[in-house]
Design a protein around this ligand. Structure first.
Ligand code: BG6
Length: 296
């Protein structure tokens, strides 16, 4: 169902028969809402989010492509999150997601302007799907459509903002003992201690070569988010905390308490595609009552 969202921007609403739903803005190919079958919002979206190009929407799931971060002349986190994507009615078949009836297929191709900052032709196909149990699945397929034999490389992240009831009561499992690059300390490499992650100050880390499954446990809500990823070896964990929150115009001063970004990503080793090659990166998000997960 295609309709108008904030500021008249086009959005697609997906509804699954048991009641879960999701909203996807064509601007950014950006998921801004994911609700379970009780109508509870599972993603964080800032009350100050600016739904106006060229600003990326603060919250939901921005897509970082063709780069994660702010290297060189390319925009911070690339340009995919602030371009308007197109609905593609009949994309080449996806090998997965066949069970889902609630999905939308979007496509992004570079404009002439984009080719100036990143001179590579590509087709980026994104499928956003709701599974029968309300799981949210994002599948990205990026193809090098350069006819002149030129390969290209990129880094990538699904910059997912999870909604949590109180950041100081949240625990992340699946990243302990791993190496990470600390964005707050010059991207230096460190090794995480043996315990599940908890949060009491700003965090901005890129965990390397992580397991395919990461759990975000919200004790107060008695809810666990499970992130399953494929083709995306790394995982970013980000919370701006109070000082950075105040410095961001599109983020409320206290909102850092109610969000945590855990981002399935490919950063340390950029993906390289030869002409005609396609890369696939997939994430599956589920939200379950915590008691179901005890002992995992
Ligand atoms: C995170 C980065 O993923 O995104 C942070 O690790 C960055 O360094 C944050 O501050 C937000 O980025 P932006 O461009 O959306 O403000």
């Amino acid at each position: 169902e295609l309709c108008k969202g904030i500021n008249g921007l086009d959005k697609v609403i997906l509804r699954e028969s048991r009641g879960s739903s999701a909203e996807v803005y064509l601007y950014g190919g950006h998921v801004t809402s994911w609700k379970n079958d009780h109508g509870e919002e599972l993603l964080f979206l800032s009350s100050k989010a600016i739904f106006k190009p060229p600003k990326a929407i603060r919250g939901g799931i921005p897509i970082c492509f063709p780069q994660f971060g702010g290297l060189g002349t390319l925009d911070q986190h690339g340009f995919a999150r602030n371009r308007t994507w197109t609905i593609e009615d009949d994309p080449p078949p996806f090998p997965t997601n066949t069970l889902s009836k609630a999905f939308v297929d979007l496509i992004l191709k570079p404009s002439e302007e984009d080719m100036k900052s990143w001179p590579h032709s590509f087709e980026y196909r994104l499928r956003v799907a709701l599974g029968p149990g309300g799981d949210l699945m994002l599948t990205s397929r990026i193809r090098n459509t350069n006819s002149e034999g030129k390969p290209f490389s990129f880094t990538f992240a699904y910059h997912t903002y999870f909604s949590v009831s109180d950041i100081s009561e949240v625990r992340v499992e699946g990243l302990e003992t791993l190496d990470y690059l600390d964005n707050l300390r010059n991207k230096e490499r460190f090794t995480e201690q043996g315990d599940a992650l908890t949060f009491e100050s700003e965090v901005d880390k890129i965990y390397l070569s992580t397991p395919t499954k990461i759990a975000i446990i919200d004790h107060e809500k008695k809810r666990t988010f499970v992130v399953r990823k494929d083709g995306l070896p790394d995982a970013v964990v980000w919370n701006p905390w109070d000082k950075k929150a105040k410095a961001m115009a599109d983020f409320g001063d206290d909102e850092y308490k109610y969000m945590l970004c855990v981002e399935a990503a490919a950063i340390e080793k950029p993906i390289t595609l030869k002409p005609g090659e396609e890369w696939k990166g997939r994430v599956e998000l589920s939200a379950v009552p915590s008691s179901y997960c005890s002992g995992q």
